[in-house]
Write a protein that binds this ligand. Sequence first.
Ligand SMILES: NC(=O)c1ccc[n+]([C@@H]2O[C@H](COP(=O)([O-])OP(=O)(O)OC[C@H]3O[C@@H](n4cnc5c(N)ncnc54)[C@H](O)[C@@H]3O)[C@@H](O)[C@H]2O)c1
Length: 260
Amino acid sequence: MTPTLDGKVAIVTGGASGLGLGIVRRFVDAGASVVIADIDAAGRQLAGECGGRARFERVDVSSAEDVSAVVDAAVRHFGGLDVMVNNAGISSTMHRSFLQADLSDFAKVMSVNVLGVMLGTREAARYMAGHDGGSIINVASIGGLQAGGGVMTYRASKAAVIHFSRSVATELAPLGISVNCLAPGGVPTPILASSVPGLAPEAVDKFVQKTREKMRRDRPLPLEGTPEDVGEAALYFAAATRTAGMVLAVDGGTSARESA
Ligand SMILES: NC(=O)c1ccc[n+]([C@@H]2O[C@H](COP(=O)([O-])OP(=O)(O)OC[C@H]3O[C@@H](n4cnc5c(N)ncnc54)[C@H](O)[C@@H]3O)[C@@H](O)[C@H]2O)c1
């Protein structure tokens, strides 16, 4: 049976682009009302395309005030909050060797990828604890499961999301709140190009093309990953009430291999 979110209210952070956009569309299709919580106003147009079942709120997930305000907005406009997807995330800058990494983006990456997820979990759980519970889905990455090079701060941030989610799941489950984690594999979205700032457009295109080829090679399933795959997996956790503390790799089998 296809899970339904009829009558449910969800917030999707980072819902204006990429995987978040895939989750927003899947949730709206499944019957939910969705708040698209993003720092990028592109989410306003997406909300307009969802026929009254979505609204955009400008949110910086690393701000406790913003995150608290978006929970209030969901309750005010749609009457409650059943599902929180902490999906917003950024890449760290790619380095050829960790010896050359200046780590100048460390605080920014950690504040969006880790603090943002922790604030989203806390603010949603504060509401859900007094309103029959709910489901919280934190988007990590197979970069937080598998060792590998290139983007150490990003990998460290995603490993932190996984450990935080499993830990907080044990504390929130008795309150009727299920916290689970998605660990997507590579999906071509704007985040790829953002890991190589300062390159000329042709060099960025070449980088994205090479990265996509590697991502395809690494997947046992011979299909490139898509935002729809991640939307489907998010729907499972959104509708499930009997799983908590799980980490679901949505990666076509990539992380089942020995190494990245
Ligand atoms: N694309 C992949 O290959 C991949 C793989 C594994 C995990 N992920 C994770 O999936 C999530 C979504 O990534 P994506 O690939 O869709 O990237 P994306 O760049 O397409 O989308 C990220 C969204 O987050 C928003 N955002 C960034 N900083 C924000 C902030 N401070 N507050 C609110 N919104 C903010 C952006 O505006 C954007 O809409 C991220 O957490 C990413 O780490 C992506």
